[in-house]
Design a protein around this ligand. Structure first.
Ligand code: GLN
Length: 371
């Protein structure tokens, strides 16, 4: 695929990177973040948690395995923009049905290929993630583009789950014998998540983010699940989740779901400087000492006491997991109620499967509550 013309990436603090267009032509704005995943670019592109974010890949060579119909985590590409170093000139995979750049163009995703992705990553690591814009026809002077970037919306305070959530409920049937009914609240759910539950005998009712407690209750679920999702967790309403906890219904949350459990327990969330995005983050289970290598995609984290159990309206809780790179909270667990959550991604799409047993733990919790 031939690429021509010039493109610029303009960061909110005035740093500018020059490159060539990759994907659709045009302009786009978002919070620029980097991910260190060496594989799984199609899962990353289609993860609804990346809504309104420009994603920069630290892996230097992107597009090698093309695109296929199996790997997407949702029905479209959600990233607001895409930054790569060197697009692969050939597609090499028996699974490929097309090439990545055509796919990005078809979906209208504006991107840039630039040499300095290492410099960009170091810059974001030191200064923190920030607003940015990609312009493939930079007809305006840089000063004007910078001004427009500085007028684009921030991620702090952004309520985005409602923009990515399913409009209507749908069901993912259990694979094999049905053991449990799960109500899964779609805050930006990845396709693999209900599948991981279905593989364990769960019939999963995926409900829009606006679902009420009455709608959840009407399904008579054995458990309630809160998904990953984009935006600032401080903006989300946790009143339904509080009703779920008060009713003692087994609860499991992933990523945004972990942040919302934290908030429902009365904890605060805060923005990390540059977040965790990649597929090799070491997370330790503080009870067993076991370390899982896990997939991450979060820019916010829960502020919780690390020195022991703390009180909540639903009884004592504890930080169940921590990230070994920076010590941030990676999981929460209620000690006398059937509720737990993790900040990382046991569905492993893409990523290692070390943490897949968390879905077994959810089934175990539901099974105990049934008896
Ligand atoms: N993957 C997610 O659920 C992300 C949660 C939240 N939007 C964050 O950035 O921290």
């Amino acid at each position: 695929m031939s690429r021509s013309g010039l493109a610029v990436l303009v960061l909110e603090d005035g740093r500018v990177f020059h490159g060539v267009p990759y994907g659709a032509h045009g302009e786009t704005f978002g919070e620029i973040v980097f991910t260190t995943g060496m594989t799984g670019y199609q899962e990353t592109l289609t993860d609804p948690s990346y809504h309104r974010q420009i994603v920069a890949m630290t892996a230097p060579h992107i597009g090698n395995t093309g695109v296929n119909d199996d790997d997407p985590e949702s029905s479209k590409v959600w990233v607001a923009g895409y930054v790569v170093r060197e697009p692969s000139r050939v597609v090499s995979s028996w699974r490929a049905t097309g090439d990545l750049e055509t796919y990005l163009r078809e979906q209208g995703v504006v991107g840039i290929a630039l040499r300095g992705t290492r410099a960009l990553t170091r810059h974001l690591r030191e200064r923190g993630v920030m607003r940015a814009g990609i312009f493939t026809r930079p007809v305006q002077p840089i000063a004007r583009l910078l001004e427009r970037v500085r007028h684009s919306p921030r991620m702090e305070g952004a309520a985005l789950a409602g923009q990515v959530s399913a409009a209507e409920p749908y069901v993912v049937e259990a694979i094999g014998a049905k053991r449990f009914t799960v109500a899964a609240i779609d805050l930006g759910i990845k396709g693999m998540t209900p599948r991981r539950m279905a593989e364990r005998g769960c019939k999963v009712h995926v409900l829009p983010a606006t679902a009420t407690f009455e709608q959840i209750q009407a399904l008579g679920p054995d458990g309630v699940f809160y998904s990953n999702g984009p935006g600032d967790p401080a903006t989300a309403d946790v009143s339904v989740l509080r009703q779920v906890l008060a009713a003692n219904i087994p609860f499991f949350g992933i990523c945004f779901g972990n942040q919302l459990l934290g908030r429902a327990l009365g904890l605060a969330t805060y923005k990390l400087r540059y977040g965790h995005r990649g597929i090799n983050h070491p997370v330790q289970d503080r009870r067993t000492g076991k370390v899982d290598i896990s997939a991450h995609n979060h820019g916010f984290a829960v502020d919780a006491p690390l020195d022991g159990p703390f009180d909540t309206p639903y009884g004592p809780a504890e930080v169940s997991h921590v990230d070994l790179n920076d010590g941030c909270v990676e999981g929460l667990r209620l000690l006398r109620a059937p509720a737990f959550s993790v900040q990382y991604h046991p569905e492993a799409a893409a990523g290692p499967h070390d943490a897949s047993t968390l879905f077994d733990d959810f089934c175990e919790v539901m099974s105990r509550a049934q008896t």
